[in-house]
Design a protein around this ligand. Structure first.
Ligand code: 13P
Length: 251
């Protein structure tokens, strides 16, 4: 049995005051960590204040990292810097970073290696565009992303990664993939992992769905056998909704 994992991706939202209000509102209300992993991935300036107050059943993640430990990389943050403040997760390869900040699969691959070296659990995002979905390219595109992004990682390392399947056309659009489509695509990702590694790794790895996940669709998504959780943007910003979204993942 894979433990479900619900992660909020706050993107570029919430000042320190807003983040503090959120964390006080959810602490004591989230389900037990034995039942579900709850994660908030926040922007860099609030990470430390969130980690200090994260409580038993919430873990804090970053939304990006650089693949070098240090150097002349203006504006970047490294794995040792995140580790030093006890960040537990990091989103790698979000489609917004791929599209708007020119992040390549090669860079994403190096970031995964670096996060794992520092014992920070990566949430690797993959997903197709609307054009790719409509022209039947979804599986080929996902296979290529997985091969390039995971290159050189061992089976033991890949077991610990979380994969977020986020169809680009469903992000922030209110258009969710139907739970059947989301499940079929997560199943494809699992089969691809089995072919790249083995069935044990495929059975162990947790695959989230992301893209317009809300209170009105999470129950249906979480019933699907290949969906182990969700990566949630907009709906994760409200503390009451976040608690309910996490509760919905408890089987
Ligand atoms: P929304 O839930 O706002 O569609 O965002 C999804 C997402 O990009 C999470 O990483």
């Amino acid at each position: 049995m894979r433990k479900p994992i619900i992660a909020g991706n706050w993107k570029m939202f919430k000042t320190r005051n807003e983040a503090l209000k959120f964390i006080y509102a959810v602490s004591d209300k989230l389900p037990d960590i034995e039942k579900v992993d709850s994660v908030i991935c926040a922007q860099f300036t609030v990470l430390r204040c969130l980690v200090k107050r994260q409580g038993e059943n919430l873990r804090i993640g970053a939304q990006n990292l650089h693949f070098e430990n240090e150097g002349a990389f203006t504006g970047e943050v490294s794995a040792p810097m995140l580790k030093e403040i006890n960040v537990s997760y990091v989103i790698v390869g979000h489609s917004e970073r791929r599209a708007m900040f020119n992040e390549t699969d090669e860079a994403i691959n190096k970031k995964l290696h670096k996060a794992l070296e520092y014992d920070i659990t990566p949430i690797l995002c993959v997903g197709e565009s609307l054009e790719q979905r409509e022209s039947g390219q979804t599986e080929a595109h996902l296979a290529e992303q997985l091969e390039k992004d995971l290159a050189g990682l061992t089976a033991e390392q890949v077991k610990d990664i979380v994969i977020a399947y986020e169809p680009i056309w469903a992000i922030g659009t209110g258009k969710t993939a139907t739970s059947e489509v989301a499940n079929e695509t997560c199943k494809f990702i699992r089969e691809k992992i089995a072919s790249m590694y083995d069935q044990d790794v495929a059975d162990a790895i947790r695959i989230q769905y992301g893209g317009s996940v809300k209170l009105n669709n999470i129950h249906e998504l979480m019933m699907m056998p290949h969906i182990d959780g969700a990566l949630i943007g907009g709906a994760s910003l409200d503390p009451e909704d976040f608690v309910k979204l996490v509760e919905a993942a408890v089987k």
